[in-house]
Design a protein around this ligand. Structure first.
Ligand code: GDP
Length: 587
């Protein structure tokens, strides 16, 4: 069955190669054959992409233009015309201790879903709250992992980010990190200036800092809404929720409720008495009690469907976080889930996935295309993201300086973070979210993190010789450069006869006046020094009635050209034949 790949009106060559799972060089070469000179970072339009996919002979792939649903349109599942409005999925992010948890709990305490009693103490990673009759789904992002996993798996479920910044402290490193994640995912940000009850809260200083970090407040002429709130006094919370509803309305978030459910696992853990518990966010369709759910390499029969606050449900529609129990194993964070018809099917699908996982685990080196995939995830193909760890400050500085020196106009080395010491769990998380490769110099990866790195597909490379590390980065950068094109003219002919002109083909004849004609070749047609057509593919060469591979100067020759429209050719025109070769470039 054909797989439909949705792309925007414009797509970069690198991103398309990654979606098609092709080496970027192959795509560039194919574009090239079709007369499009594009580097990895350049955009091509939808029509060109479609033609190229046709030329590449990928019968199993079909391209479709992505439907734009608003300014922050992202990769979403396709919806039918019967789709109905769904609650927005809101991720709450921010620097540690800025009040993320307090804010989420305050919202939940203040505007709890009907039927839920007070006295909640346990913190939840996802829940729904009601505001003025509208359901809103909130997800917490512990250490940004949930968000990273969501992005990583391409689900891009988050519709909106509430960025919590303590107004007394202002922007901190994790705030900036959160801004980057949200921007990369194309998600709209609402800033909650928290702790406004504190005497040293200063919203103007915060606005100044936001404006320096690509978030210009709307009252300063930008488009970022900054709302003063206090999780402690609950001041500003209704206004914050009003804004969430407003943004959701603008985006007209829709999903299909009919059909079996699909979605994503946003948390999984062991619980005494209940065993394996997963929190799943339904993305599309309706999940019902009794359904068989496959989540990655594990599955379950959903016996009791519950909200995250313990309310029993018969069924759950799009944007609803639910608890699934009875899983055979703990599913991974960010794993997609879907409903199948029977227990046997569920078992088979899970086993299939398990096998793929094992196969993936066997390959440890990063190939060029994988690298590209990693890089395209950051949406900035011209940036090669790196995390550097070294044993001592001195060597760290020299590694970082040497890597920075490798920057070129086409590919930039971006050092996501660097530090002294062993590779840490936070390095691995950060690499997974930014699509970075971790380079360690005279340091190591603790055995306990190997599995995490493998699970998150984070490439980690360790070196004890500095120039080997630099060489490796250089090689990776080189693989991202567009190849050099070498053109060589082999011969020319003066047109003496025109035998056939159709929209797709021209058959002409003439005398070879220079060099020799050879096939395969491309041809350029000119009249009085003016080029009329170029990059015509020569498909056949004849001397008299015989097909030949080459014709020398002074001889008469006939040739067939592949054209895109009826060729404007006349007797006396000059046809120059040339070949092109691509050569990998070096830095
Ligand atoms: P998180 O790490 O971002 O989840 O932050 P927490 O919600 O755990 O809050 C960190 C600390 O700030 C706690 O001691 C909270 O009581 C306090 N806090 C959170 N919000 C407010 C607020 O609006 N005002 C005041 N005064 N303290 C707050």
């Amino acid at each position: 069955m054909a797989k439909t790949i949705e792309i925007d009106e414009q797509i970069s060559v690198g991103a398309l190669a990654s979606l098609l799972d092709l080496p970027v060089s192959k795509l560039i070469a194919e574009l090239f054959k079709n007369g499009v000179m594009a580097t990895v970072n350049e955009n091509i339009d939808f029509d060109t992409a479609q033609i190229i996919v046709g030329e590449l002979d990928l019968p199993e792939v079909e391209l479709a233009k992505k439907v734009q649903t608003g300014p922050a349109a992202r990769v979403k599942r396709e919806t039918s015309k019967d789709a109905s409005l769904r609650p927005p999925v809101v991720a709450v992010m921010g620097h540690v201790d800025h009040g993320k948890t307090s804010l989420l709990d305050a919202i939940r305490g203040a505007e709890v879903v009907k039927g839920e009693a007070g006295g909640i103490t346990q913190h939840l990673s996802a829940y729904q709250a009601e505001h003025k009759g509208r359901l809103l789904t909130f997800i917490d992002t512990p250490g940004h992992e949930a968000f990273a996993a969501l992005r990583e798996h391409g689900a891009r479920l988050t519709d909106l980010v509430v960025l919590v910044v303590a107004a007394d402290e202002g922007i901190k490193p994790q705030t900036i990190e959160a801004i980057r994640f949200a921007k990369n995912a194309g998600v709209k940000i609402i800033v909650a200036a928290n702790k406004m009850d504190k005497p040293d809260a200063d919203i103007n200083r915060l606005k100044q800092q936001l404006s320096e970090n690509e978030l210009m407040p709307d009252d300063w002429g930008g488009d970022t809404v900054v709302l003063p709130v206090s999780a402690k006094t609950k001041e500003g919370l209704p206004e914050l929720l009003d804004m969430v509803v407003l943004v959701a309305d603008v985006e007209e978030l829709k999903a299909d409720t009919g059909g079996p459910a699909q979605g994503i696992i946003i948390e999984s853990h062991m619980e005494t008495g209940r065993g394996r518990v997963a929190i799943a966010l339904v993305e599309q369709g309706t999940l019902s009690a009794g359904d068989f759910v496959v989540a990655g390499s594990t599955y379950a029969k959903v016996r009791n469907l519950e909200t995250t606050t313990g309310e029993v449900l018969k069924s759950a529609g799009p944007s609803t976080p639910v608890i699934i129990t009875g899983l055979k194993e703990l599913p991974d964070f960010g794993e997609e889930f879907f409903v199948v018809g029977s227990e046997k099917e569920a078992r088979d699908k899970a086993a299939e996935k398990n096998q793929i996982k094992k196969d993936d685990g066997a390959a440890s080196t990063t190939s060029g295309s994988e690298l590209l995939r990693i890089i395209s995830r950051t949406n900035k193909l011209n940036e090669f993201n790196i995390i550097v760890k070294a044993d001592v400050q001195g060597s760290l500085t020299s590694v970082v300086d040497s890597l920075r020196a490798l920057d070129t106009e086409e590919v930039a080395v971006k050092i996501v973070s660097s530090g002294v010491g062993v590779i840490s769990e936070s390095d691995v998380h950060s690499a997974a979210t930014s699509g970075a490769i971790i380079y360690g110099f005279h340091t190591n990866l603790p055995a306990s993190l190997k599995q995490l790195a493998a699970r998150d597909h984070v490439p980690i490379r360790l070196y004890s010789v500095i120039y080997e590390l630099i060489d490796d980065v250089k090689k990776e950068l080189e693989s991202l450069l567009a190849p050099e094109v070498i053109e060589q003219v082999t011969g020319a002919l003066i047109v003496k006869g025109i035998f056939k002109l159709s929209p797709t083909q021209a058959i002409i004849g003439g005398e070879v006046t220079k060099g020799k004609l050879v096939v395969p070749a491309l041809a350029r047609l000119s009249r009085a020094k003016e080029t009329i057509a170029d990059e015509l593919e020569v498909t056949n060469l004849k001397r008299g009635p015989t097909d030949v591979k080459e014709v020398q100067t002074g001889e008469m020759s006939g040739l067939s050209l592949k054209t895109e429209a009826k060729l404007d050719v006349a007797e006396g025109d000059r046809l120059e034949l040339y070949t092109r070769e691509t050569k990998t470039r070096t830095l």
